[in-house]
Every structure is written in C-alpha cells, then in structure tokens.
Design a protein around this ligand. Structure first.
Ligand SMILES: Cc1cc2nc3c(=O)[nH]c(=O)nc-3n(C[C@H](O)[C@H](O)[C@H](O)COP(=O)(O)OP(=O)(O)OC[C@H]3O[C@@H](n4cnc5c(N)ncnc54)[C@H](O)[C@@H]3O)c2cc1C
Ligand SMILES: Cc1cc2nc3c(=O)[nH]c(=O)nc-3n(C[C@H](O)[C@H](O)[C@H](O)COP(=O)(O)O)c2cc1C
Ligand code: SF4
Length: 642
C-alpha cells in the first residue's frame, strides 16, 4: 500500500512539517502538582518524538489555576512553567519534529478537588452534566482578564521554544462553553446571539495573535458536533471556523463531543465504535475553509490515514492513542513493518479511564508508557528464564525478557496461547482483543522464545538451579459458589461457553452482572436467547470504561435483556433458578445458567518453585485478579527484574 501522502512534507502557516502525522493533545497527569514538567514527562515525549511523528501537540495546559482539570495536568499559567517546556521543545526538535502546546481553561468541566479548591467558572451558572458542580458566572471584567491569561500563556509557549500554539475550543471546555448555546445563556456582549457567543473565542485568538506575532502559527481545536441536544452542530462549527479563518487562524483541528456527550463514545472512540467516526466532520470543515485541517478519531491503520489524506478529508491526521500503543508507528509504517505495529485496541482502560480516575496515563498494550526510563536500563547478564502460562501476563513477560537478551522458555497447558483473552475476543464488538493477541504472539515468536504449548507445567519438571528466574502467570480459576444445584449439567462457566466447550440452550440466566456477565448476556441475546442477568449488588458492569458501559447498557436494553440487581442466586434446578431479593425468593425460568461470578488466583506451585529457582515472580491474575492492563504491566515489570 502507498504511504506517500502521510510522509509528504506539509505546512501550517509558515511552519514546515516533515510529514502529515500529528500527536494530538492528551493529558497525561505526569506534571507535578504545580503544573511543571517532570522527568517522566520528558522521557515520554522523547520516546514519541523519536518514533517519527511530524508534529506534537502537548496536552491541554491550563492558563489559569481555576481552569485546571486534572491533578497532575501541565500548566502554562506562570513563568515558572517555561524551563520545563523548553526541555520538551528540545526533545522534539532533536528528532526533527515540531512541537506546540494546547492552551486551555476547563471552565465548568472541572471540580474543586482538581483545580486547587476553586469554584469552577463558566459563561453561565449551569452545571456540567458530568461534573455536576455549580460554576460561578464570569463577570465581564473576569472574562477580559482570562483573555489576557491566554495571551500571556501563548507568549510563554513562544519563549519556551514551542513552534505553535493550539487554542482548545473543543470538548466543552471554556472557549466552547462560550461558543455554544448549550452552556452559554448570557444576554450581554458575550452571549445571546451567534456573533456574541463567538466573541470570547475571537478575543482569545486576537490576544494570542498579538502576543506571538503575525508569523507564528496559531491553530484551534473545535468540536465538529457537540452531540448534545441544543448544542453546536457541524453547520455551526463551519460558521465558527469561517469566522476565525477570517481573523487569521492558521489551521483547524476537528474533534467532537463535550463531557455531557462523552459516554456516547465520539470524543475518544472506544472499541465498540467503528474506526474514523469523526472523518465526516473534518471533511465538512475542510470543504469550508482554505487553511489546513487536522482530522482525528480512531484513525489507527496506515490505510485509513492515507485514505483520509487522499480523499482530502484532512491535510494532517492525528493519531493519539496509536502513539501511546506504539510510538514507533510512523517509523514502522515508513519501513513497511506493518506486522510489527503494536496496535491500539481502543480499550480505553489504560489511558483515559486512568486519567478520569486522576491516575497517570498508561497503555494496556504498551507497558513502557509512563515508565519509559525503566525500560531504557540495560540488562545485566544473560539469564535462563522460565515463564509458566501463555496468557497476556506470561506472553508479555516472555517477550520483554527475550528482547532483553535472556534465554526464555514458556509453558502453556492448553493448545492455544492467549489465556482468558481468547474468550474475551469472542464477545460482541470485542474483536480487538483478538488483534491484541495476534500482535503479542507474533512478537513473542519473533523474539526467539521457546514455546511449549499443550504442556501443563509442574515444578517437578525442572531441576534446582536449571533456571535463574521463574515467572508464574497461571491466571485464575472461575468460581463456583456453593449454591444447591451448582454442579448440574445445565450450569456452565462463561469461559467454557465462549470458547465453545459448552453450549447454552433456551432461556438463560447469567449469574453475575460484572463486565463479563453483562457482555456474555449480550452475546447470548444476540444469538436469540431470552436472557436475565442476576446481580447481587445494585450496579452492573461497573468496571467498564464509562463510554463502553453506557453503550453496552443501551444495547442490552434494545436486546430486551432483563437485569435483576440486588438479587442473589440461591438455587438451581433443571429448568428454573431460585433468586432472592429484598422482597424475598422467587423462581425464574432457566434452561441454562451461565456463571460469571469472578475467579480466584492460580498460584499453587509458587512455594515449590522457590526451592528450584533463585527468583520467582508471580504476575497477572496469578498474583491478583485484575484486567489485561495489569497483567501485561506485571509481566513486563517482572521481566525487567530477572
Ligand atoms: C470473557 C472475558 C472477558 C474479559 N474482558 C476483559 C476486558 O474487557 N478487559 C480486560 O482488561 N480484561 C478482560 N478480561 C480479563 C482478562 O482476560 C484477564 O485479566 C487476563 O487474561 C489475565 O491474564 P493472565 O495472563 O494473568 O491470566 P490468563 O489469561 O488466565 O492466562 C493464564 C494462562 O496460564 C495457563 N496455565 C494455567 N496453568 C498452567 C500450567 N500448569 N502450565 C502451563 N500453563 C498453565 C492457562 O492455560 C492460561 O493460558 C476478560 C476475561 C474474560 C474471561
Ligand atoms: C488520555 C487522553 C487524554 C486526552 N487529553 C486531551 C487533551 O488534553 N486535549 C484534547 O483536545 N483532547 C484530548 N484527548 C483526545 C485526543 O486528543 C484525541 O482526540 C482522541 O484520543 C481521539 O483520537 P485517537 O483515536 O487517535 O486517540 C485525550 C485523549 C486521551 C486518550
Ligand atoms: S490503553 Fe487501550 S485505548 Fe488507550 S492507548 Fe492503550 S490500547 Fe489504546
């Protein structure tokens, strides 16, 4: 396939770019609590810049303290931020990339816990539907002071050696709060009509322009559609873009959504959403303006990137999570090493879900993210390493250890590598788990690991001292609670059902409404079964990322899956189950019962292994029941320590 367009040089204003690939802004939560750049941040940006991307846009960086949205977000609100930003500029420039920074103020989309205890401010006193904190309406004098804060921030960016600034006018933050009738109900000079709502954005742009001069590129990110009732639509975004182009804006970066529509999955499209859902928005703006447009949103393959450029949907393509999953993506595509790409699987678990939990951003499929320096430490002597279990934890451990030059042997008792992820990939709209396994297995094989499948390992198989280190990654065993009737033949374990070892017939009761139970219910309902999910707590699928959970519950509604929360399974017979809730016991018709009641770690052989190996690490579910995100990280970190 041709990759000519994505590697052709481009231009934004007077800035020349080596290619059309852009790292979009992503808050990492790596700054210190004062918003200053840390070594962790520099190592991370250096890794991405080395991978060949042409242009990096640093994260939403607050121009004023009350506009801070995350506890360890980057700031550009004070001159103290300049020295750290200079270091980030230097690592980008060293790799021939251009770097800029996104200027932002969260407005009502923050909470006092994140912005230093201040009441959020906004054009109008209307709480954001997600954050639900009443903001204080900004006075005109305060608005003018904020305009100056954006200008001062832009001046700092230029002083720090940034090549451009991007104004954050998307995702429902302050600039968009003014632009949108969804959040701006003012009737003064800053609201009431389309032109008045545009006033804040225009003043911010003009003040920024004055601060940085005519030749310095200034871009803006806009939501092509806010995806909320009463919010901005693409026709509004086009008018806004044309107006700002008239003032001198150098480029438009077209995203979508606000916090109020976040769960619909447009802003950071999750696994269940198709690739490229926002391309139509970028294309519409591109048709309307004469300056470059940056397209974004789940553009994960070289094919879709090249197509977006060829079809003139955008002049540049932003690949955000793709660069977290594999910072070498541009270099690998350029070299035609497509099979070696570590693909982002849009799980949203390691990155955005951690950010929303005020943790630092990581990546499920790339444990190096956030810990780049650890992986740069050179290995010591070559070791003989035993890995037991071929699920994600064991595979990752084997890959990392082998890549570091160790001799690695991996045992897997089943005939297939992949562990529980094989079952996960069988669920509706979860095929990306299959692609995750395909890549990981490819990498393990390529790294020279000796793989022994269909071989159940037991410690007696090795002599003391034969291996220097053992990594135990045996996964977990599904729970069967002591409910009367639990051993009947109509009771099946979810993993067995998904992997085709068991079958469901007729009406089904799924016991356990966690992430797995609800997804298994969907899989069965899609096949035409009448399904009830029985869950003892009052909530279901709570571990899922916000957007995945919302989309899943909507699909379950459409499929008429019955959800019984606050309800316990207490007995099973041939064609019914007995359940108990606050009102007492009742029977539900059920030909098959599927158990999704959690699992317990398999770690039985650890002590025996300790007598035979100097170092033993227990990772993944064997150590603590978790998700792939933790399993992969555990495996990699153990491999660094052998
Ligand atoms: C249906 C389903 C959906 C899921 N969905 C998600 C999701 O959306 N997101 C997420 O993050 N996680 C999800 N999970 C959980 C995730 O799959 C696990 O957290 C992860 O697989 C744990 O990895 P692991 O390597 O520790 O263990 P496992 O994946 O269980 O792998 C352990 C491996 O060890 C092998 N083994 C066991 N004993 C021996 C022995 N004696 N010798 C050799 N080999 C042995 C097993 O055969 C297995 O292959 C899901 C799980 C299931 C079942
Ligand atoms: C962890 C994370 C943080 C993000 N932070 C920002 C941000 O600071 N500013 C912004 O405009 N968009 C932000 N986004 C959205 C991305 O810039 C991008 O639009 C989105 O991830 C979709 O692109 P992708 O599919 O290539 O990742 C963030 C996304 C993620 C995953
Ligand atoms: S955590 Fe998941 S969604 Fe986020 S970058 Fe990694 S693979 Fe992609």
């Amino acid at each position: 396939m041709s990759t000519k367009l994505m590697f052709s040089p481009g231009r934004i204003g007077k800035m020349r770019l080596k290619n059309r690939l852009v790292m979009p802004p992503m808050v990492r939560n790596y700054a210190d609590t004062k918003g200053l750049v840390t070594k962790q941040y520099i190592d991370h940006i250096a890794r991405i810049a080395k991978g060949g991307v042409g242009m990096l846009i640093l994260e939403a960086s607050y121009v004023a303290q009350e506009g801070k949205g995350f506890v360890n977000e980057l700031g550009i609100h004070s001159d103290a931020c300049i020295p750290g930003l200079k270091k980030l500029a230097a690592v980008a420039h060293k790799n021939g990339a251009k770097i800029g920074i996104q200027l932002y103020h969260a407005g009502r989309q923050t909470v006092p816990g994140n912005n230093g205890g201040k009441q959020p401010v906004a054009p109008s006193p209307i709480p954001d539907p997600l954050e639900q904190v009443m903001p204080r309406q900004l006075k005109v004098k305060e608005i003018r002071s904020l305009v100056r804060a954006y200008a001062r921030a832009a001046g700092r960016a230029k002083k720090a050696g940034m090549d451009f600034v991007e104004i954050h006018g998307a995702h429902g933050y302050l600039v968009e709060q003014f632009l949108s009738p969804f959040s701006n109900k003012r009737t003064d000079a800053y609201g009431g009509t389309e032109m008045k709502r545009l006033r804040f954005a225009s003043e911010v742009y003009l003040a920024v322009r004055k601060a940085v001069g005519a030749a310095y590129p200034v871009t803006i990110r806009l939501s092509g559609d806010e995806m909320v009732k009463g919010g901005l639509k693409i026709k509004d975004a086009i008018k806004i873009a044309r107006h700002l182009e008239g003032l001198g804006m150098d480029a438009f970066h077209i995203s979508a959504g606000v916090y109020g529509s976040y769960v619909q999955g447009h802003m950071i499209p999750p696994m269940a959403i198709e690739d490229g859902p926002l391309l139509r928005l970028a294309a519409a703006v591109k048709k309307a303006v004469n300056v470059p447009v940056i397209a974004v949103g789940k553009l994960r393959t070289p094919q879709i990137v090249e197509r977006a450029l060829k079809s003139k949907t955008g002049d540049f393509v932003a690949i955000g999570r793709t660069l977290l999953a594999d910072p070498e993506w541009p270099n690998k595509v350029r070299a035609g090493r497509l099979a070696d790409i570590n693909k982002c699987i849009a799980c949203n678990q390691g990155c955005i879900s951690r950010l929303f939990a005020q943790q630092d951003v990581r990546c499920t499929v790339n444990p190096e993210v956030s810990r780049e320096a650890l992986f740069l430490v050179k290995p010591g002597m070559r070791k003989n390493v035993l890995v037991i279990g071929g699920g994600p934890a064991g595979l990752e451990a084997a890959k990392v250890a082998a890549r570091r030059g160790h001799k690695v042997t991996l045992y897997e008792k089943s005939s297939r590598l992949g562990g529980q992820v094989i079952a996960a990939a069988m669920l509706p709209l979860r095929k990306d788990w299959g692609s995750f396994l395909e890549t990981l297995i490819h990498d393990v094989k390529k790294s020279g690991v000796t793989i022994k499948i269909s071989t159940a390992f037991s410690p007696s198989m090795v002599k003391p001292g034969e291996y220097d280190a053992a990594i135990v990654a045996l996964g977990s065993t599904s729970m069967r609670p002591g409910v009367p009737g639990i051993n009947r033949t109509n009771v099946v374990i979810a993993r067995d059902l998904l992997e085709g070892r068991e079958k469901a017939t007729g009406t089904v009761v799924v016991a356990g409404g966690g992430c797995m139970g609800t997804q298994v219910a969907e899989a069965l309902a899609v096949k035409g079964h009448k399904v009830t999910v029985v869950e003892a707590t009052n909530n279901i699928a709570m571990e899922a990322p916000l957007d995945e959970r919302y989309l899943l519950l909507e699909r379950l509604k459409k499929l008429h899956v019955v959800i019984a929360t606050g309800t316990k399974l207490v007995g099973i017979s041939d064609n019914s189950v007995t359940v108990e809730d606050a009102k007492g016991q009742r029977n539900l018709q059920s030909d098959t019962v599927v158990l999704c009641l959690g699992s317990r770690p398999n770690n039985g052989m650890t002590d025996e292994l300790k007598n035979r190996c100097a170092k033993v690490f227990v990772v993944g579910d064997s150590n603590k029941i978790g998700r792939v995100t933790e399993a992969v990280a555990d495996g990699a970190l153990a491999a660094l320590q052998v």
